[in-house]
Design a protein around this ligand. Structure first.
Ligand code: ADE
Length: 223
């Protein structure tokens, strides 16, 4: 899978993609991430990519021209399955959207900054608008990093045990059950007996009960 990201603050994305599972996905060639600095398509030698908003009001808006030039240039190389704009007024991101996006070949993500991007880009280029939650970040980069992380770990071959993504929270609209590791007794805190008895069927049943119980208690809206 190829993910291209257009940003005015590309450095913000260095670290999130250089560690752990996403680093492994990139290393194995399963995920190629290309971060593009929008200033490369600035409208003048001062690196301008934004301007005041029509109608007045505080905050700058990213202009059409640099974005159109950037997207058109990237689109010459490849056809994108989705052009995503990260914005707090987009559709709230969830596991289902991550699953769906993980099946795509080529994705372009546009990160907003300041007041956002000129609406005409949203009308004429963007195919999907994603919010990561009901709060406003200073830019779309951290939100894009979250989306890429959630997608990247789902790509076949990225996780060592491929089934482990299937048992994540939300995969069945249920939260994941509790997990334990050694020692079986720490202070006087015990690991539930059933996990120590070595009966996989019973463990499976227990996990399923715990998942339902946890979801009922914490996220009844999912049921
Ligand atoms: N940009 C600023 N805030 C955002 C949010 N909550 N989700 C996605 N992109 C954003």
């Amino acid at each position: 899978m190829q993910i291209h990201i257009i940003s005015v603050a590309p450095d913000l994305l260095d670290s999130p993609f250089a560690h752990s599972i996403i680093k492994r996905a990139r290393g194995k060639g399963l995920l190629n991430i290309h971060v593009h600095n929008l200033r490369k398509w600035a409208i003048n030698k001062h690196g301008q990519v934004d301007d005041y908003q029509y109608g007045g009001g505080a905050g700058m808006v990213i202009m059409c021209e640099p974005l159109v030039n950037a997207i058109d240039e990237l689109q010459k190389e490849k056809k994108f399955d989705e052009i995503i704009y990260m914005t707090p007024d987009g559709k709230t991101f969830n596991q289902q959207t991550a699953n769906r996006l993980s099946l795509k070949e080529n994705i372009l993500i546009i990160c907003g900054h300041y007041k956002g991007i000129d609406e005409r880009i949203r009308e004429h280029y963007v195919t999907m608008e994603i919010s990561i939650g009901d709060y406003v970040l200073s830019g779309g980069e951290l939100a894009a990093a979250i989306v890429v992380d959630a997608i990247g770990r789902l790509l076949p071959g990225v996780l060592n045990d491929e089934t482990s993504a299937l048992t994540d929270s939300f995969q069945d609209n249920l939260l994941a059950p509790p997990v334990y590791t050694r020692p079986a007794s720490f202070k006087d805190w015990q690991v539930p007996d059933i996990l120590l008895q070595g009966d996989p069927k019973k463990v499976e049943e227990w996990r399923s009960e715990q998942s339902i119980k946890r979801t009922q208690e914490r996220r009844p809206d999912l049921l």
